[in-house]
Design a protein around this ligand. Structure first.
Ligand SMILES: Cc1cc2nc3c(=O)[nH]c(=O)nc-3n(C[C@H](O)[C@H](O)[C@H](O)COP(=O)(O)OP(=O)(O)OC[C@H]3O[C@@H](n4cnc5c(N)ncnc54)[C@H](O)[C@@H]3O)c2cc1C
Length: 461
C-alpha cells in the first residue's frame, strides 16, 4: 500500500533540516501563536517556524507556494481582530528573531530595521541620536506587524500613522521572490506606490522583512492639560477648536464618564466622573509656553469644569499614567472578560454625533462600554464587556459593534482606524468599500494566486 504524504508533511520535511529546533509542532507553542489578544476563538497553526533572515522567509514561502500550504506571518501577536489565527491551519511564520536595527541615518532622520524589531526597542536604540519613532501604540508590537496593520497611536494627530511614516520595504512575495519598494527619498513619483499596498495588507500579500522609517526629533519641551467637561459634545467641540488654532498639539485623548468611573475604581482615585480630555503640547520651550496659555483660555471658554496642568515631566507622566490605565481599568470592571475593543474613526467634526448615537444604542443593552479615544484623529474605542460564553450578551455586543460601524460609515468614517480587519471586521468590508472590494480581491489573486498568505483575512475570495 502506498503511503500518502500531505502537502504540509512534505513542506515540514523540507524545512526541518534548515530550521532544526526553530520549527515546532508542539501544542503549547502552536497555542501561543494564536490571536490571544482577540475576542475571537483562537485557531492554532499546524506548525510554527522562527525565521532569522529574508532568505529564510523566502525559502519557507517558496515551498509553501509550491505545495499550497497556508502561511500566517506573526510579529508579537498583539493584534485584536483575529489576524494571527490560522483557521485553515498551515505554518505560522514567527518573525520575532528578525530584530536588528540595520541602520540609523540621523542627518536624514530615517532608519532601516528588520521586521521583528519591537518599537520600544527602536526608541531605546535611538535615544542618543535625539530622534525617535513616533507611532506609540498601546502594546508591545513589532514594526513589521505595525506596518501590516497600518497602526497608529496617541501622537498620530501630529506625526501621522504607519501610512505616513513608512518610506520603503523589503517584501517576500508569496512565491518566494524578494522585492524592494520605495526607498530613502522623502518623495518619489516613480510608478505605482507598492509600499502602501503592503502597508495595511495584514500579511495577505507577502511578508515584510525590512522597513525604512521616518524619524522625528525629540521635542525640547512639552506640557499636558487634563480637563473635564459636563458633556462629551463640549469636550469634542473643544478639540475641533484646538485643532483649528494650529497649536503645537502632540496628543489629544478623551475618556467618557463610564471610563473615568472605571479608572477611579481601578486606581482608587477620585477624579471627576465626567468626560475628560488629556491634551499634550510639544515643541520649543517658547512655543509650548505660548500655546499652553492659548489652550487654557480656549478650554475654559469651551466650558471645562476642571483643569489640571503639568509642564514638568514627572507631573505630566502622572497625568498620562491615568490615561494609560484605561484598558486595564475597563477590563477590571468584569474580571476575566477581555472585551471587544471597537475602533471606528470618523471626521473629527462628526465625533459628537457618532458618540451620542452609539450611546443611545448602548443604553438599550445590559452591557458596560467605557469609551476612550484618540480624539484628535476622530478615532475612539469602546470596550464592549460581554462574556463570549453567554449567547445573549454576545448578541448584544455584536449588535452594538454593528450599529457603531454602520453609524461611522454613514458619517463618512471607517470601521477601523487602527486595529485592522482580520476576521472580526470582514463582514463590514462590502459596506465600506463596495466595488473597490472586488479590485482588492483581484489584486490578491494576482499577487497570491495559490491563496497561501494569511488566507481568509480581510475578505473571502
Ligand atoms: C493592549 C493593546 C493596546 C493596543 N493599542 C493599539 C494602538 O494604540 N494602536 C494600534 O494601531 N493598535 C493597537 N493595538 C493592536 C496591535 O498592537 C496592533 O495591531 C499591532 O500593530 C500588531 O503588531 P504585532 O507585531 O503584534 O503584529 P501581529 O499581531 O503579530 O500581526 C498582525 C498582522 O500583521 C501580520 N504581520 C505581522 N508581521 C508581519 C510582517 N512582517 N509582514 C507581513 N505581515 C505581518 C500578521 O499576519 C497579522 O495579520 C493594541 C493591542 C493591545 C493588546
Amino acid at each position: 500500500m502506498t503511503q500518502h504524504t500531505s502537502p504540509l508533511d512534505t513542506v515540514l520535511s523540507a524545512l526541518s533540516p534548515i530550521f532544526g529546533d526553530r520549527l515546532s509542532t508542539e501544542r503549547a507553542i502552536r497555542d501561543q501563536h494564536t490571536a490571544v489578544e482577540s475576542w475571537l476563538t483562537p485557531a492554532a497553526p499546524d506548525a510554527v517556524v522562527m525565521a532569522r533572515s529574508t532568505d529564510e522567509v523566502a525559502a519557507v514561502l517558496k515551498l509553501c507556494h509550491a505545495h499550497g500550504v497556508p502561511v500566517v506571518p506573526f510579529g508579537a501577536g498583539s493584534s485584536m481582530e483575529g489576524q494571527v489565527n490560522a483557521p485553515h491551519g498551515g505554518i505560522c511564520l514567527d518573525l520575532s528573531p528578525m530584530d536588528k536595527v540595520l541602520s540609523v541615518n540621523a542627518e536624514d532622520m530615517d532608519c532601516t530595521v528588520q521586521c521583528g524589531v519591537i518599537r520600544q526597542r527602536l526608541n531605546e536604540d535611538l535615544r542618543a541620536s535625539g530622534l525617535f519613532f513616533p507611532v506609540d501604540l498601546g502594546a508591545h508590537a513589532t514594526l513589521g506587524g505595525m506596518a501590516a496593520t497600518r497602526a497608529s497611536g496617541t501622537t498620530t494627530v501630529r506625526y501621522g500613522s504607519m501610512r505616513e511614516l513608512v518610506l520603503g520595504l523589503t517584501v517576500v512575495l508569496p512565491d518566494g521572490r524578494i522585492i524592494k519598494t520605495g526607498g530613502r527619498a522623502r518623495k518619489s513619483s516613480a510608478g505605482y506606490d507598492l509600499t502602501h499596498l503592503f502597508v495595511g495588507a495584514e500579511g495577505t500579500l507577502g511578508v515584510i522583512t525590512e522597513l525604512t522609517l521616518r524619524l522625528a526629533g525629540i521635542p525640547e519641551a512639552s506640557s499636558t492639560l487634563m480637563c473635564s467637561f459636563d458633556d462629551i459634545g463640549a469636550a469634542t467641540a473643544a478639540v475641533v477648536t484646538a485643532l483649528q488654532f494650529g497649536l503645537c498639539l502632540n496628543r489629544i485623548e478623551l475618556a467618557d464618564a463610564v471610563q473615568m468611573a472605571a479608572i477611579n475604581a481601578y486606581g482608587k482615585s477620585d477624579l471627576p466622573e465626567a468626560p475628560t480630555l488629556w491634551i499634550e503640547l510639544a515643541g520649543s520651550g517658547a512655543t509650548v509656553a505660548h500655546d499652553s496659555e492659548v489652550l487654557r483660555d480656549l478650554i475654559r471658554d469651551a466650558g471645562a469644569t476642571g483643569m489640571e496642568h503639568a509642564s514638568d515631566p514627572e507631573a505630566a507622566s502622572a497625568l498620562w499614567r491615568i490615561r494609560h490605565s484605561a484598558l486595564y481599568a475597563s477590563r477590571a470592571l468584569r474580571p476575566g472578560i477581555k472585551g471587544l475593543s471597537t475602533d471606528v474613526c470618523v471626521p473629527v467634526s462628526a465625533l459628537p454625533a457618532c458618540i451620542e448615537g452609539i450611546g443611545k444604542v448602548v443604553e438599550t443593552t445590559s452591557l458596560k462600554a467605557p469609551l476612550i479615544g484618540h480624539v484628535g484623529d476622530g478615532n475612539f474605542h469602546m470596550v464592549l464587556l460581554f462574556d463570549p460564553e453567554n449567547p445573549e450578551e454576545t448578541a448584544e455586543g455584536r449588535r452594538i459593534n454593528t450599529a457603531l460601524i454602520k453609524l461611522a460609515l454613514s458619517l463618512g468614517g471607517t470601521s477601523t482606524g487602527e486595529h485592522g480587519v482580520g476576521l472580526g471586521k470582514k463582514a463590514y468590508m462590502e459596506a465600506e468599500h463596495g466595488t473597490a472590494l472586488d479590485l482588492m480581491r483581484q489584486l490578491k489573486r494576482c499577487i497570491d494566486p495559490a491563496n497561501i498568505m494569511n488566507p481568509g483575512k480581510i475578505f473571502d475570495l
